[in-house]
Ligand binder design. Structure first.
Ligand code: ATP
Length: 590
């Protein structure tokens, strides 16, 4: 495909306002893509070059370098280009206009293809060491020299990591289903395949080449993460037991970092909850996995927890922050030891275990772990009464856990990759007089700060993620809970994501001063959940369940911390908010 054709699609995507239209345009784009380029188109469209688990590409091209490349190509001075940037507000548009002004168009030059663009950006991402800046500048200039104006717009945006089409991976799945599969159920098949193999390019290629058959044949592979199973939440132990059918496995809910540990011969991979490769942070865990997993290949899951080196007690999640550095990790490792509490197994020596009931998986897990002090099994107990549940809960809290994760042990208790469901229910400490639990919301807008907050933001507009519709629905405006340092950081943090119109997947009645592409997730607590006519979260559910025209909102929300371990699609859902609202009503009635 010519790059110009892809740019025309991107241009169309920028102009539309609805999601249905977005899916249609993308489906059309995929139908026109060749099988050997569809993966590249999928990655580029979501602003990546490869699947997330291989790491977010660091192109290392700053505004300054982009300006130099445009200047070299067009002969316009940097000062002139900077002036244009002030009035146009976006370097992509500056590049487009500058090329247009260049007059002598590159008529005799071979047109750019998508493959060529992709390969050049991969080269840029891999360039490192001395001379790499020059190399990057040369490649970028080379592309611009061959570019038509519209191509220049998107080359620069890709280079700066600012494509911002508002297309998420779920939207790509919708579009692929529309392009290559027939019935609605097939959307589920593609999602299931993606949950097992979360690589949007790979999925695109398989469905384009082999359709539904190909998707069904996708296998788990050690070294490629699986999307994690997620839990619902409830505050009332008797309700939890009822949901589970009277008997269940109760497990300590550790306050650490969720990790998927893959063993492939003597190679070990560790993936975070967001499926990022975090192996480098835990050389000790790599050794434990090599030593204590009795299988040639396995995928197990657990929580990595910081341990007090003096007492052996568990320490809070924040302590693991020390491990987030690339240097001196061996030194830090000794100061901040960790223990891994395993709670699931998805694969062992060629056998996929996702569809096996939980008791069977737990047994398999127990069988392959050699007894040791560092890679251990999560404390688990079969319970069938509220008293037992409460007792085990208190033990967990006393040991430094957050509460319990209650798990179904019925025949249908499969590992639901990528889904939040009632097979797992988290039961956490009550935060008294406040909302029963914190929520994770996505920044979708910002309001300019006044007075003391001039120069930064006064409040941020936050949204929940609705996975059924693949949209973000607003919940509240948060302005408190930020320290001065948090506030000072906000402009830089938000800058890369500011867009000039409402992102297509954001559903909002409020009009903030700045729209923000949904990327950043924060943890928020509030006084209580309320119904509100101005917010859009769970509106349809509220109408159905309560017969009211309102959304769910949070009263007096407070920022707690950024959740960089979560992607926007991992945010709290409107359905969860409604459940929380209903259980809040019940506790008031009591
Ligand atoms: P939270 O924000 O409450 O930690 P979350 O949104 O990150 O939850 P959930 O799926 O809602 O993720 O809650 C389950 C989380 O609890 C898991 O992601 C995992 O990190 C953690 N956890 C701790 N102990 C266990 C356990 N024994 N079994 C399953 N998950 C556990």
């Amino acid at each position: 495909m010519l790059f110009e054709t892809l740019c025309d699609y991107y241009d169309r995507l920028e102009k539309i306002t609805g999601k249905i239209e977005m899916i249609k345009i993308l489906a059309d784009l995929f139908k026109r893509s060749e099988a050997d380029e569809i993966d590249k188109i999928a990655y580029l469209t979501v602003g990546e070059l490869w699947p997330d688990y291989l790491g977010h590409p660091e192109l290392g091209i700053a505004e300054r370098m982009a300006l130099r490349a445009i200047s070299k190509t067009t002969g316009l001075t940097i000062e002139r280009l900077e002036k244009m940037l002030k009035s146009l507000g976006d370097l992509g548009k500056v590049a487009e206009k500058a090329i247009m002004m260049k007059k002598i168009q590159a008529l005799l030059i071979q047109p750019l293809t998508v493959k060529e663009i992709y390969e050049k950006f991969v080269k840029i991402a891999h360039a490192s060491g001395p001379g790499s800046q020059d190399l990057k500048l040369r490649i970028l200039t080379g592309l611009l020299v061959s570019a038509k104006p519209i191509e220049a717009r998107y080359i620069i945006r890709i280079a700066l990591g600012q494509l911002r089409l508002g297309v998420g991976e779920m939207t790509i799945l919708d579009a692929l289903a529309e392009a290559f599969l027939r019935t609605k159920e097939n959307r589920e098949i593609i999602e299931r395949a993606y949950n097992k193999a979360p690589d949007i390019g790979y999925i695109a290629k398989v469905v384009a080449l082999e359709g539904e058959e190909g998707l069904r044949k996708i296998k788990i592979e050690p070294g490629r993460p699986i999307r994690p199973m997620l839990a619902e939440r409830l505050q009332d132990p008797s309700e939890i037991l009822k949901k589970m059918g009277g008997v269940c496995a109760a497990e300590w809910k550790f306050d650490g970092e969720r990790s998927q540990i893959h063993k492939k011969g003597d190679k070990i991979f560790i993936f975070s909850r967001r499926l990022e490769n975090i192996t480098y942070q835990y050389p000790d865990v790599v050794e434990y996995a090599k030593k204590y997993i009795k299988a040639n290949e396995a995928i197990v899951e657990g929580e990595i927890v910081a341990i007090d080196p003096e007492t052996g007690e568990m320490r809070p999640f924040q302590e693991l922050m020390h491990r987030k550095r690339k240097y001196d990790i061996h030194k830090v490792m000794e100061e901040y030891p960790v223990r891994v509490f395993l709670f699931d197994i998805m694969y062992v020596d060629g056998e996929e275990l996702l569809d096996h009931p939980y008791p069977e998986r737990r047994k398999r897990l127990e069988e392959i772990i050699v007894k040791n002090d560092w890679l251990v099994l999560a404390q688990s107990k079969i319970v069938n009464s509220v008293e037992e549940l409460e007792k085990f809960f208190l033990e967990a809290i006393a040991a430094g856990c957050e509460g319990l994760v209650i798990k179904s042990i019925n025949d249908d208790s499969i590992y639901q990759a990528g889904a939040r469901g009632w097979l797992w229910i988290k039961y956490k400490r009550d935060y008294k007089s406040e909302m029963a639990d914190t929520v994770d919301l996505v920044v979708v807008g910002a309001f300019a700060g006044k007075g003391r907050r001039a120069g930064t933001y006064g409040a941020l507009l936050l949204a929940a993620y609705n996975p059924d519709k693949d949209v973000f629905e607003t919940v509240c405006k948060v302005g408190s809970g930020f320290t001065d340092a948090d506030l000072a950081q906000l402009p830089n943090l938000l800058k890369p994501y500011i867009v000039d119109k409402k992102p297509v997947r954001v559903i909002s009645d409020l009009e903030p001063d700045y729209w923000i592409e949904p990327k950043l997730v924060m943890e928020v607590i509030g006084a209580e959940l309320t119904l509100s006519p101005v917010h859009t979260a769970a509106r349809d559910l509220v109408k159905q369940r309560l017969g009211k025209d309102a959304g769910i909102a949070i009263r007096f929300p407070r920022f707690l911390r950024w959740r960089t371990d979560k992607s926007p699609e991992d945010a709290t859902t409107p359905k969860e908010l409604l459940e929380m609202y209903l259980s809040q009503l019940k506790s008031i009635e009591k």
